[in-house]
Design a protein around this ligand. Structure first.
Ligand code: GLN
Length: 295
């Protein structure tokens, strides 16, 4: 049976040239913890600790995946988001740190406005990371999650169980003419969405690990219009959100103004965009102050 030191040096040798050394160190930590339940500290303190052949084989398969630039989260089927763990498969986007900032904004507003029993809808829920972290942090919330993809909703449902929260899931296409019939629920305090927003020119700069593995339907909007989902969801929200309720979006960093104009067009007020920690326009919010029935 090979000693752990041999496994660690094997991973390093295999991945050198594919990834920078700090990323290789982080893969070693993740693979040891996930497949062997061993911390890197233990690996250094007990280099002779023996690893069984089956576990060695699992590590080898994982390393082969990394050499094909498969995201490590799809290899371990696990991603961390807002302090919670989520199952992920190539049917759903891997939760991104910038989306944690959006979730944080929503939670902060709900707590500071003292909204009781807030009714929240996440449109295009994917892994469920937004809906589930909201449900976990706002215990009296009633949370709904919609996605067009059945396999994605199944992952959301698994993540609901893993994180022991309650979220109602619905399969529906927000762009469909029939959305009002498919999803009749109304009276939301908050609608939140991280829709597909990557444009074709941006696609050319995306790395292989995103392009070859993550679901394109969750990244690229139909017909390359980066605003199509914002317009549809803002229109939907205009007759589904309560007075004083709020809509939140993750946005394409190049279109904060254009996204804001869409919210204004649909009669949202107090529209404001925010940058993320990397100084990129990443999220926007608008409120339903007026109570005119939406067109
Ligand atoms: N932020 C993601 C990325 O750049 C895109 C997410 C999305 O399209 N909603 O990969």
């Amino acid at each position: 049976m090979p000693p752990i030191a041999h496994i660690v040096s094997g991973i390093k040798d295999e991945l050198t040239g594919y990834y920078p050394s700090n990323e290789i160190d982080s893969f070693i930590r993740i693979l040891l913890e996930h497949f062997l339940q061993i911390s890197t500290i233990t690996a250094y303190l007990e280099p002779d600790k023996e690893i069984n052949i089956q576990d060695e084989a699992r590590i080898k398969t994982a390393v082969a995946g990394l050499k094909k630039y498969c995201p490590v989260q799809y290899i371990t089927s696990e991603a961390f988001f807002y302090g919670l763990v989520f199952k992920v498969t190539p049917d759903v986007l891997i939760p991104r740190p910038e989306t944690e900032e959006l979730v944080h904004w929503v939670i902060h507003d709900i707590i500071s406005n003292k909204t009781e029993n807030p009714k929240i809808l996440d449109i295009g829920c994917g892994s469920g990371c937004i809906a589930i972290s909201l449900a976990a942090n706002i215990p009296d919330a009633e949370v709904w999650a919609v996605d067009i993809s059945k396999p994605a909703l199944e992952i959301t449902e698994e993540n609901v169980k893993i994180n022991r929260v309650c979220v109602h899931t619905v399969q529906a296409d927000i762009l469909s003419e029939n959305i009002d019939v498919l999803f009749p629920e109304t009276g939301f305090d908050v609608i939140v969405s991280n829709p597909p927003y990557v444009t074709l020119p941006e696609k050319q700069d995306m790395s292989a690990n995103v392009l070859n593995y993550e679901p394109h339907r969750a990244l690229f909007p139909l017909g390359d219009d980066p605003l199509v989902f914002y317009d549809r969801i803002a229109a939907f929200g205009a007759h589904r959100i309560k007075e004083n309720g709020t809509i939140y979006f993750e946005i394409n960093e190049h279109f904060p103004e254009e996204t804001g104009n869409i919210l204004t067009k649909h009669h949202y007020s107090d529209v404001n965009a925010r940058k993320d920690i990397r100084n990129r326009w990443r999220m926007i919010r608008g409120s339903r102050m007026d109570i005119h029935p939406a067109s």
